[in-house]
Design a protein around this ligand. Sequence first.
Ligand code: PLP
Length: 666
Amino acid sequence: MSATAGHDHALDACFLGPYGENDTLLEKLLVEFLRDHVYWRRNFHPEDPPAIATTAAQHPDYLAYEARMRRELHRLSAALKKSVPFHSPRYIGHMASDLLLPGLAAQMLTLPYNPNNVSEDAAPVTVELEVKVGLQLARMLGYPNDPNQDLCALGHLTSGGTVANYQALRLALALKAFPVALRAAQVPEIELPADDWSAFNLASADGIALLTQWQRWLSTLPPAERHHWQARVEAERIEQRGLVDFFTAHSQLSVPLVLAPATAHYSWSKGLKLLGLGRNQLELLPTRSMRLDPEALRATLRQCARERRSVLMCVAVLGGTEYGTIDPVDGVLAARAEARTLGLDFAVHVDAAWGGYLATLFRHADGSLRSRDEVGAEYIQFPTPAVHAAFAALGDTDSATVDPHKLGYLPYGAGAFICRDHRAMALLAERADYVFQAGTPADYMTRYRNIGQFTPEGSKAGAVAAAAYVTHQVLPLHHAQFGRLPRATIRAAEEFYARARRFAIDVADVVAVLVPFVPDSNLVCLALNPVGNRDVRAANVFMSTLQGMLKCEPEQPLQSKEFFGSGTSLRPEMLGPAETDRIFTGLGLDAIDPNQNPEHDHLRILRHTLMNPYLVNRENGMNYIDGYFDFLERSIRALLARSPWHRESGIVAEAGPRPASEGRAA
Ligand SMILES: *Cc1c(COP(=O)(O)O)cnc(C)c1O
C-alpha cells in the first residue's frame, strides 16, 4: 500500500510555505502589482499636478507622522508573533492552515483598489468575479451552472459560513411563504394551491414555477394594473407582514421547524434567533456515529405530517465541525421524497462550510461525477460508499454553504452561499422591481450586478471575490487540479488514523486510546484515558492537561510548543446510549451519572484537523504525524509519571480499579 507515496510537485508553488520557502515568489508578485497599481493612479489624468508635494517628505510633521506609523506597525508586527502558527505542519488544531498564494496575492493586489461588492457601481470588476465564483462553486457541487439556461444556480460570497447558513434560511422561508401570499392576494389567472397548507408545502421547483408564472403574468399587464397587483401581493408577503402577523392570519400554518443533526454548527441556532423563528424551532435529530440518522429523520417527518407541523428545511452537514463526518445527503433527499407523499415539503440545505471543497475530489475536469472506484484508487478506504453517495447527491439539494476560508485556503472573510435555482433569489430582493425583469430578457450577469440587493450584508470586500476567483482559475475545482490539496489532506488523515491505532498498542500499558469515530474526511479525534482510571472527571483533568500542552498560551513563547491540536467533548445525550457505552467501555470508564453536576456530563477528547499539505514529506523525510504521536507518547508518559497525576486535579483517589461510586464526592 503506497497511498501516501510520491511527492506532488504541483503543490510546491501553492503556499508561502512553512519556512517561507516561496518568499521571493510572493515578494516579486507584491512588488510587481503594487507598482502596477501606482502606474494606474498616475495614468488617470496625468495632467493633474501631484497633490502631495515632492518636498513634503522632508517636513518635520511628515517625518514625525512616519515615525509614529512605523512605531505602531512595529508594535503590531511584534505582537503578531504570538499568532497561532496556522502555516506550520505542527499545527493540526482548528480549521486553518497556510493560505494559497494565488488567493493571497489576488487579495493583496486588489486591496488598494478597494472595490465594494455591494453593487457594480462600486465594483465594476469584482462583482462579476463574485458571480462567477458562485458558478464555479455550483459546478463543483453538481448544480446546473449554465447562465444561459433558465435553471441555473447562483452563488455569492458572505463573511463566512454563519451568514451563508442564515441566507439559506431566509431564502427557504421566502420561497415557502410566497405561494401563501399569492393565495391571500387572490391573484387571478394563475392556478394556485387549494389551501394554505398545500401552498406552504410546495416543492421548491413548484414554488419557483409559480413565482415565474406570476412574474410573467405581471409583465403582460398595463403599468397601473401591474402596480396594483404587485402591491397587493407584497402586502401579503411574510417579509412585509412579519412572522407574528403572517402566522396569525394563516392559522392553518404553524411556525416551521428546522431539522438538523445534533452535530450541527451553532450558526444554526444563531440563524433561527436572527430570523425570529426562535431556537425552539430548531429540532436536533439523533445521529449514528455522528452522522444524521435518516431513520430518525423519517420518523420525525411522519410525525410532522400527522400533526401538520410545517418544516422549513432539513440541514445535512457535509463535514461536521467536530468530527468531519459526512451526513447521508442522499438519505435526506429520500426522506423528503417520502414526506412529499404525505403532503409535507421543505428545502434541503447542505452545510458544507467545512467539506465543500472535498467535492473537487468527486469531479472530472468536464464536471461529471467520478465513480467511487475512480476516487478510491488513491486512498486506503476513502470514500466509503456512504460518503460517495452523499457527494453524488449534492446536485439535487436546494442550497449549500461552502467556506473558501476553510478548505479553500483563502484569507478570512470568505464564506459562500449557493442555491440551485437562482430564480428564487428574486424573493430576497430588497426592492420589488424584480418583477419587471421577467419581461425584459435581462441576462444573468446583468441581473446580479446589484448583488447587494440579495445578500444579508451591504458593503463587502471585492478583494475577497478576486481572491476566490483567481484561486479557482489557477486551481480549477476538479480532482486533477484543486483536488490535489484535499487529496493530500485525506491521505494524511488516513495515515494519522492508522498511526493512531498503532499508537494505541504502543501506549496500552499506560493509557487506553480510542478513535471514537472512523473518520469520513480529514478530521480525526482521539479519546484517551489513563489505565486504571474509571472516573470521567479524572479523565477530563488528564485531557485538559494534555490539551494545555497543545494550544497557544500568550504568556509562553511559541517555540516552547511542539505541536498544536484542539479539543472537543463527547456528550452522552448526543451520542445515545449504545455509542456512549461503546466508547466508555472501550476506554475503561464508568458511565456518567446523569444526576451528577452537569459540568461533568461530557468527556473531553483531542481533535485534529489535518489540512496542512506538508504533514508527510517523502523528499526530506519529515513525517509530522509520526512526530506528533512521538510527542504525545512522551507527554503522556511524563504526565503519568508525575505522582500521582490526578491529585493535581483535586480528585483525591488512587489510580486503579475501584467501585464506580468512589472518589466522586471530591
Ligand atoms: C465553520 C462552520 C460554520 C460556520 O462558518 P464561519 O465561516 O465560521 O461563519 C458552519 N457550519 C459548519 C459545518 C462549519 O464547519
